[in-house]
Design a protein around this ligand. Structure first.
Ligand SMILES: [Zn+2]
Length: 307
């Protein structure tokens, strides 16, 4: 009888201790890549949720009530910034009824402030120029150097909001940083052939990638940012692409691919569909996502070329 009771007691105790500890910080990010970076630094001390999925165009996310609900319980909101989320995030912030994550408060972190921003317009921007981001190009997460700066910024904010776990956040960051820098050296070696290569991009999402890897984006399939390709513009891009011997046509997964396919086959150039963000819900890390991106570029370079 006694031994039975002991067994039951130890079974109960085992399950009690196996219950997951409540995370110390509840973090919500706008983009899946930001979620992956936050989880690498926050580890077990954080619960991390992303508002946008990798399949969604981050310029246009449906501001559904369940997203506002996620923000209601957040201790920290991490955003890409530079007006990328301007079309949908402000509504959600208001709907969240959570003062912590309002712009300017410690629970609001704009990751773009840690990045050397490219393509900052020098003249006044107006709507006739399309969906131009007036603070500069917000598509910096393709560049692992920018991602590391962002991870450092996230670590500092986690430590500020949750000082008792600061040493754990620092250790996680050190580990992530070492892994990312090792991977980056490998990626740069594998993509050395991209230096100086002419590339056509669908949207202005290649600015930071080109800055990192040294290729030249010679034209965009969108006539203006956010405006879908038109036949006359595509004809111009095609002429230029043939003339300059473009090697790659690049776009993210969330754009329709028919125009890119057509232009790539006519030049001919390699077609590269870049992963738009980490499959965070599937457990993918930033480094694994970037590895997928590098592989796509490698495959594009290996495709039959016109030149
Ligand atoms: Zn954009």
């Amino acid at each position: 009888m006694n031994s039975l009771r002991l067994a039951a007691l130890s079974a109960a105790l085992c399950c009690l201790f196996a219950l997951p500890a409540r995370a110390d910080l509840n973090v919500v990010t706008t983009l899946p890549d930001l979620a992956a970076l936050t989880k690498s630094v926050g580890g077990d001390h954080t619960t991390v949720t992303t508002l946008a999925l990798p399949t969604q165009d981050p310029h246009f996310v449906d501001a559904k009530p369940n997203l506002a609900l996620a923000l209601n319980k957040a201790d920290l909101l991490v955003v890409d910034g530079l007006d990328l989320e301007i079309g949908w995030l402000p509504t959600l912030q208001i709907g969240a009824r959570n003062s912590k994550i309002q712009t300017g408060n410690p629970g609001y972190l704009d990751a773009s402030r840690f990045v050397k921003v490219l393509e900052v317009p020098t003249a006044k921007v107006d709507r006739s120029q399309g969906d131009v981001h007036p603070g500069g190009n917000p598509h910096y997460l393709h560049d692992p150097r920018a991602a590391l700066s962002v991870a450092r910024g996230i670590e500092a904010r986690l430590a500020q909001l949750d000082p008792k776990n600061a040493s754990a956040y620092q250790a996680n960051l050190d580990k992530f940083s070492a892994e990312l820098e090792k991977a980056r050296a490998d990626w740069e070696k594998r993509l050395a052939a991209l230096r100086g290569v002419p590339v056509i991009s669908y949207h202005k999402t290649t600015a930071y990638l080109g800055d990192w890897l040294g290729f030249d984006t010679i034209a965009y399939l969108e006539p203006k940012p956010g405006i879908p390709p038109t036949p006359s513009h595509v004809a111009e891009v095609l002429t230029l692409g043939k003339q300059k011997k473009a090697r790659l046509v690049v776009q993210e997964e969330y754009y329709p691919d028919s125009t890119s396919k057509l232009v790539a086959s006519r030049i001919p150039a390699g077609l590269v569909i870049l992963p738009s963000g980490a499959d965070f819900r599937g457990g993918e890390t930033y480094i694994q996502r970037e590895e997928r991106l590098v592989k796509k570029l490698e495959q594009g370079l290996a495709a039959p070329q016109g030149g």
